[in-house]
Write a protein that binds this ligand. Structure first.
Ligand code: AMP
Length: 193
């Protein structure tokens, strides 16, 4: 199964992706995680991406498309994958369609978690507090001010991605404000499994 999770930062894509990984046995491909790993390892890509990520902006399409193109070639992605945080622009969505077409593959579902954006800032503050309480590192971009910039980037560049899939009848919308388990159930129903 090849699946895309869409929705603003803090919508719960990562949480749901982890559950889908367990249930479906396919990897979660989070471009945010891949970029954070590149930043931590100080690779050339990481060095380019660091400042823009910390400010809450979007890393360039070329970089992110390159990362995803390489990642979906890996053996564990052959039987499917869950894309989380990608595509974030229409150019990325078009590039993904081309990549899959070249391989003779298609997407099985695109699911958008629809949320109340005013509630998201509270969620993100809680995510930072929970991470701190658990002794885990707190993401630099989970600061409320940076989060607002991330939300603005979403509304400017990424909100147009769901209509891109809607036009071709590939989009399913789920109420992401429900409790986590209810979202998981809705997701099961949406993707048929
Ligand atoms: P995330 O973990 O998905 O919230 O991503 C964290 C940050 O990584 C974002 O705020 C962007 O700076 C960068 N990023 C992740 N995925 C993408 C993408 N598909 N396109 C551009 N930037 C991205």
């Amino acid at each position: 199964m090849r699946l895309i999770l869409l929705g603003p930062p803090g919508a719960g894509k990562g949480t749901q992706a982890v559950r889908l990984v367990e249930r479906l046995g396919i990897p979660q491909l989070s471009t945010g995680d891949m970029l954070r790993a590149a930043v931590a390892a100080e690779t050339p890509i990481g060095l380019k991406a660091k400042a823009v990520m910390e400010s809450g902006g979007l890393v360039s399409d070329d970089i992110v498309i390159g990362i995803v193109a390489d990642r979906i070639e890996e053996a564990d992605a052959r039987k499917g994958f869950i894309l989380d945080g990608f595509p974030r622009t229409v150019a990325q969505a078009e590039a993904l369609d081309r990549m899959l077409q070249q391989k003779g593959l298609k997407l099985d579902a695109v699911v958008e978690l629809v949320v109340d954006q005013d509630a998201l800032v509270h969620r993100i503050v809680k995510r930072a507090e929970d991470a701190k309480a658990a002794g885990q590192p707190v993401r630099k971009d989970d600061d409320p001010e940076v989060f607002k910039t991330r939300l603005a980037a979403y509304n400017r560049d990424t909100a147009v991605v769901s209509p891109y899939y809607e036009k071709t009848d590939r989009l399913k919308r789920i109420d992401g404000m429900q409790p986590i388990d209810a979202v998981t159930e809705a997701m099961k129903a949406a993707i048929g499994g």
